[in-house]
Design a protein around this ligand. Structure first.
Ligand code: SF4
Length: 864
């Protein structure tokens, strides 16, 4: 016997009825003393004659000391998988209580293990064996009716007496995991095994109740489940096409059967036949004695119950996350309404118990207290991804060792992870940059000073630029010598040749305007030929049909993005100081889109727009501008628009609070606008800080570091840029020719015999450090701010004594590697290109998508 709770004790009573009496080995890790007291009470107070029983403080102790032939697993459902595996490995036949395990994948693995070990693995679905259920089946079959719907009610009062003990729910298991296996086993007994397909399921009262709609085979089923009903009710009703109904009411066993013609039948075998648990035990023993049968309790025959429960649990979890999300967007974590707390508690209870932070899974107060601590961490990281462990420990008043356990519990909870990294106001920081970097393992590499090829490399091939944008950090008069183009392009080609195979390593940008490079087409073609999916970031002024005819290699790009600097001639001229900029760029965009569509080129084409202070109204005009470009070009539309905030100004000089609030309204209008057919293919990606506005979050400015926080040795393992001369710069906006002070951040030069990786290696080996000076963050792009924050956060955590990987974020544990898959790809930033847009079936997301959760992988509705 494994487990020390109510159900294990019920099972113990059943075992005492076996003759001859077996020796029972009973392991309970969490409630060892309670079990010992209960046993003494049974024999002393009630005078029960108990079989010889040995108690153990845990499963490991039991299997080490005893060699049990069979086991009944009645511990916490979250521990079933591990427990069953260990018992099978020790040669035990196993009867495991429902819910068996949470996923079909895990169930199949255990069934396969049992088969390999030639052991019986059965599931405690005793309801299938109840005599009144069999009686009901007979009535149903004898009626000759074809039933077209089933209605189930399974309502438990919060505290009820069942099997002679007080039953309160185990809060580590949700209502679906707890009750749906019963419901499905009932349907199995009446109709045979069938697949379950979920139609609808919503968490009511946070998840204490639910109404499910699903199909069992081809039978539509509604199921009303409750853990907090005023009075218990257990009822199954089958409905015929004529409206006639057969009903089994087993609220109090054996209950009553009402036939379609209204006769009430009481099960007369209940008093004489073995009770369901006795029948279950006998069937289990029979399966052991006579293997090879097809007893309905065998795990391999109950896969549909695991699959159906898994699907319904996922539906409930989604519903619970929706319930929690509005509170994630609030600026305070101090309280949750009851239903939200219940939803949260259900998602973190099992790991909190597993970590020993909550000692009793039925102790609601204790569980609520820890759930709120977990919420504080979730809320904090969903809003402030750079929170240190020092800050978290202080905010919660927890010892380091306790915080480590809380973190570990959060890493075990998939919904907690989703809330932290995919649902809060800072989700763009997570999805666009932090998670891909963690998944690639480059944060640790950079912190440890280990050399590697840079994860992302900006190729800056521009020779000059015809614009003079007000916010541009370049020297307006700087140009590269014409004779540097050919050798520079040869260096870029050598970089492509020597780089690791990650197709998103390089992006082409500037510096200066990349299309001013007369070999740009060949350069792109060379990169594409080596397997790189290049993105090009251009001001679009030179993207004429004539240039395309001369530079056909441009069609080998993965993505081309034009930066728009205004929505009409006046606003564009104000920014670029070029009077022809607007007309030329729009004309080029139309011609380019037309040409792309005529060629049927897969290339993704879109725009970037920086929302400047004082000009937020331009966002709606921009949508109309893109619509007019779509109309003029015809065919496949513009694929994407990235909207960004100006990071070159300090937060005080950036968008004001009123402007951010107005932007939130504008984004609402934009959601509606992109539903129209003339703009329906446009995928809109909002930047780090703008995203929160679209979600109704509190307006927050970009999270930027001060110059004192800059890292003297940068992070060339993560990001560098390389210009036409082969000079390698640590920061993206340092790679502007002749920019005052920027040379300090050049770490070497690639050459015909000196690879980029070598430059990085030599720089790191030199120990060279660049002391930051006031104003040096001007060489940062916003990506550099994020990376610096992240590295500093990891350093501080390590100093505090909680290594980064032991924080609350699961992706920090990933070892990474050059080809680590990007589970959270994005088009949001040049460094992190967007593989989903490269996927033919995802190139045109569902109409009107502003990308949120998981970018475009799972097209999500714009509705919150
Ligand atoms: S922002 Fe780009 S287009 Fe504008 S001046 Fe600078 S390099 Fe040229």
């Amino acid at each position: 016997m494994i487990g020390g709770g109510r159900w294990a004790r019920v099972w113990y009573r059943v075992l005492t009825g076996l003759r001859p009496q077996p020796r029972i080995h009973w392991a309970s890790s969490r409630n060892h003393n309670g079990v010992a007291d209960w046993l003494s009470e049974q024999s002393a107070v009630h005078g029960v004659s108990l079989p010889p029983t040995d108690l153990y403080a845990g499963l490991e102790a039991l299997v080490a000391a005893a060699r049990p032939g069979m086991a009944i697993v009645a511990n916490l459902p979250a521990e079933h998988g591990r427990t069953v595996r260990m018992l099978l490995d020790h040669g035990c036949h196993v009867l495991v209580e429902k819910p068996f395990v949470p996923t079909l994948e895990e169930a199949d693995a255990l069934v396969e293990l049992a088969d390999r070990r030639e052991r019986i693995l059965a599931v405690g679905l005793e309801l299938m064996l109840a005599t009144y259920v069999r009686g009901f089946r007979q009535v149903v079959e004898q009626s000759g009716l074809e039933f077209v719907a089933a209605h189930l009610i399974w309502h438990d009062a919060y505290s009820d007496v069942r099997h002679f003990t007080v039953k309160t729910p185990d809060l580590t298991t949700g209502i679906v995991g707890d009750l749906l296996p019963h419901v499905l086993s009932l349907l199995t007994a009446i109709r045979g095994a069938a697949g379950v397909s979920m139609d609808e399921g919503r968490a009511l009262r946070g998840g204490l109740e639910t109404e499910l709609r699903f199909r069992y085979g081809d039978l539509p089923v509604t199921a009303s489940l409750s853990r907090v009903a005023e009075r218990p009710a257990r009822l199954l009703q089958l409905e015929a096409a004529s409206g006639a109904r057969s009903t089994l009411d087993f609220t109090t066993e054996p209950g009553t059967i009402i036939t379609p013609i209204g006769h009430a039948i009481v099960d007369d075998r209940w008093a004489i036949a073995p009770r369901p648990l006795d029948a279950l035990l006998q069937l289990f023993l029979k399966a052991i004695a006579q293997p090879g049968g097809d007893s309905p309790i065998l795990a391999r025959l109950t896969r549909h119950i695991v699959a159906g429960t898994e699907a319904a649990t996922n539906t409930m979890t989604d519903s619970q996350l929706l319930l929690l999300r509005p509170f994630l967007l609030r600026d305070t974590d101090s309280s949750l309404p009851t239903d939200a707390l219940v939803a949260l508690r259900e998602q973190v209870a099992a790991p909190l118990v597993a970590e020993g932070l909550v000692t009793n899974p039925k102790a609601e107060d204790e569980l609520n207290r820890w759930a709120m601590r977990a919420w504080a961490v979730i809320h904090r990281f969903a809003r402030h991804p750079f929170t240190t462990q020092r800050e978290m420990a202080e905010a919660l008043g927890l010892e380091r060792s306790v915080l480590v356990r809380l973190n570990r519990a959060l890493r075990q909870s998939e919904p907690a992870q989703q809330l932290m990294v995919g649902q809060g106001v800072a989700m763009k920081y997570w999805e666009n940059t932090i998670l891909p970097l963690l998944q690639a393992g480059v944060i640790e590499t950079a912190r440890q000073g280990v050399s590697r090829h840079p994860f992302r490399v900006g190729v800056y091939p521009g020779v000059s630029c015809m614009f003079h944008c007000s916010f541009c950090g370049r020297d307006p008069d700087a140009t590269y010598a014409r004779d540097s183009v050919a050798p520079g392009n040869a260096l870029f080609d050598a970089m492509f040749r020597d780089a690791p195979a990650d197709p998103y390593t390089f992006y082409v940008s500037g510096g200066l305007e990349p299309l001013t490079n007369p070999g740009i087409g060949q350069l792109i073609a060379a990169g594409a030929a080596r397997g790189f999916r290049l993105s090009l970031y251009t001001n679009g002024f030179m993207l004429t049909p004539q240039l395309l005819a001369r530079q056909p290699g441009i069609w080998d790009l993965d993505t081309l993005r034009i930066s728009l600097y205004g929505v009409d001639a006046t606003s564009t001229t104000e920014v670029t100081c070029h009077p022809k900029a607007y007309a030329q760029v729009v004309q080029n965009a139309i011609a380019f889109l037309q040409a792309r569509n005529e060629r049927g080129a897969p290339l993704k084409f879109g725009f970037n727009f920086v929302v400047l202070p004082g000009r937020v109204e331009e966002v709606l005009a921009l949508a109309e501008l893109i619509t007019s470009i779509n109309r003029a070009a015809g065919g496949r539309q513009v694929d994407f628009l990235t909207l960004r905030e100006d990071y070159s100004v300090s937060p005080e000089d950036g968008l004001g609070r009123g402007e951010r609030e107005r932007l939130a309204e504008i984004f609402e209008q934009l959601r509606e606008r992109v539903l129209q057919p003339d703009l329906c293919d446009l995928q809109i990606d909002l930047g780090y800080a703008l995203h929160s506005l679209s979600e109704g979050g509190w307006p927050t400015p970009l999270d930027m570091v001060a110059h004192r926080a800059m890292r003297p040795r940068g992070y060339p393992q993560i990001s560098v840029v390389v210009d036409l001369l082969g000079d390698v710069y640590l920061y993206r906006e340092a790679g502007f020719l002749d920019r005052p002070g920027a040379r300090r951040y050049a770490i070497g030069r690639v050459g015909p015999t000196r690879s980029l990786h070598q430059v990085v290696t030599e720089f790191l080996a030199s120990g060279q450090a660049i002391e930051p000076e006031p104003g040096d963050t001007g060489y940062f792009d916003i990506f550099d701010h994020v990376v610096t924050h992240l590295l500093n956060q990891a350093d501080d955590d390590a100093t505090f004594g909680i290594p980064f990987a032991e924080g609350p974020i699961r992706d920090r544990e990933r070892a990474g590697g050059a080809h680590a898959p990007l589970a959270h790809p994005t088009l949001a930033h040049p460094t992190l290109a967007h593989p989903t847009l490269a996927h033919p079936t995802l190139a045109h997301p569902a109409a009107g998508q502003i990308s949120h959760v998981g970018a475009a992988i799972v097209p999500v509705s714009i509705a919150r």
